[in-house]
Design a protein around this ligand. Structure first.
Ligand code: SF4
Ligand code: SF4
Ligand code: SF4
Length: 300
């Protein structure tokens, strides 16, 4: 597939704007958002992960991204500071130490959560993002106009942008190994994990497995499956021995994040405001989401 040059990008944005602004409401870029009962997910058991970071290497290799050799990932110095996924790593593993158990740090793999109601899909004004039947949230580089609303909308701050590239910059994030899973293969990170800390399967089966684990080992796990209900549910689910806030998981409410984004975004696009105004309005969306989160927390 051909990639967009900067000139094409601007042209596409302008054409998209003029065409879509003139269309009736229903004909606007419709994002694909399939919520299949059989959608897949990954259960991450953070009590099992040893922080070997082989998943980071496997992810880069599977996506043809530059990576040092696998052996170099044994060096744990990189874990001294917290990292976020970015355009060079679609997944990262962070380590958390606690004074009461200094010898047993907790390692947490982070990547796109593949939300059931993805804010990135709702925010994308040209329908480049989509939620697929198998649960993956992916995007079409050829449709993407580089507006980066997906970055602003994501409650987990996941999509990254290739700011360093003057020509053909792209959005980067975990694609749930869509290319591999569509051919019946496991996601690369799941396949390589030597501890089986990552379990790939139907989301609803994973929730049953997670519940059984919590029931069988109440001393090992807190009674919370992160992602089961947060922002309306995510494909990636986590088990942990500590409160998720202690592991820097965002404390989010259970309502899907896209509602407000979608309503305002579609309103904005009807009038095709220039990007700077859009950013101001998206700032407003973030403010609304933040306040809604606060009020949900207050209700708990
Ligand atoms: S490969 Fe498995 S054990 Fe190693 S860091 Fe990744 S999730 Fe943890
Ligand atoms: S975590 Fe962010 S980027 Fe991933 S699906 Fe959810 S909203 Fe989209
Ligand atoms: S599912 Fe694929 S793209 Fe996502 S973190 Fe794992 S290896 Fe990377």
């Amino acid at each position: 597939m051909s990639k967009q040059t900067r000139r094409n990008f601007i042209k596409t944005a302008a054409v998209a704007g003029s065409v879509i602004a003139g269309l009736p409401q229903k004909a606007k870029a419709a994002p694909k958002n399939i919520l299949s009962d059989d959608r897949m997910g990954v259960l991450v058991d953070t009590t099992v992960c040893v922080g070997c970071r082989k998943c980071e290497w496997a992810c880069k290799t599977a996506h043809n991204m530059p990576t040092p050799p696998l052996e170099t990932y044994d060096n744990r110095d990189v874990m001294k500071k917290m990292r976020r996924p970015d355009h060079t790593s679609l997944t990262v593993v962070n380590e958390y130490e606690f004074d009461d158990y200094p010898k047993f740090p907790i390692d947490v793999k982070v990547q796109c959560m593949h939300c059931d109601h993805p804010a990135c899909v709702s925010a994308c004004i040209v329908g480049a993002f989509s939620k697929e039947e198998n649960g993956s949230v992916i995007w079409d580089t050829n449709k993407c106009i580089g507006c980066r609303y997906c970055m602003v909308a994501c409650p987990f701050q996941i999509p990254a942008f290739e700011y360093h590239k003057a020509i053909q910059p792209e959005i980067k994030k975990c694609d749930f190994c869509f290319g591999r899973t569509s051919k019946g293969k496991l996601p690369a990170c799941v396949e390589i994990c030597p501890m089986e800390a990552l379990t790939y399967g139907r989301r609803k089966d994973l929730i049953d497995i997670a519940r059984r684990k919590i029931e069988l080992y109440p001393d090992r796990y807190i009674n919370h499956i992160y992602g089961e209900t947060e922002v309306g549910g995510t494909a990636w689910l986590y088990l942990a021995s500590r409160k998720f806030e202690d592991l820097q998981f965002p404390k989010l409410g259970n309502s899907p994040a896209p509602g407000v984004t979608e309503a305002i975004q579609h309103g904005i696009f009807a009038y095709f405001l220039p990007p700077i105004a859009l950013y101001a309005l998206l700032g407003g969306v973030m403010w609304i989401n933040k306040n809604r989160k606060k009020s949900e927390e207050g209700e708990e």
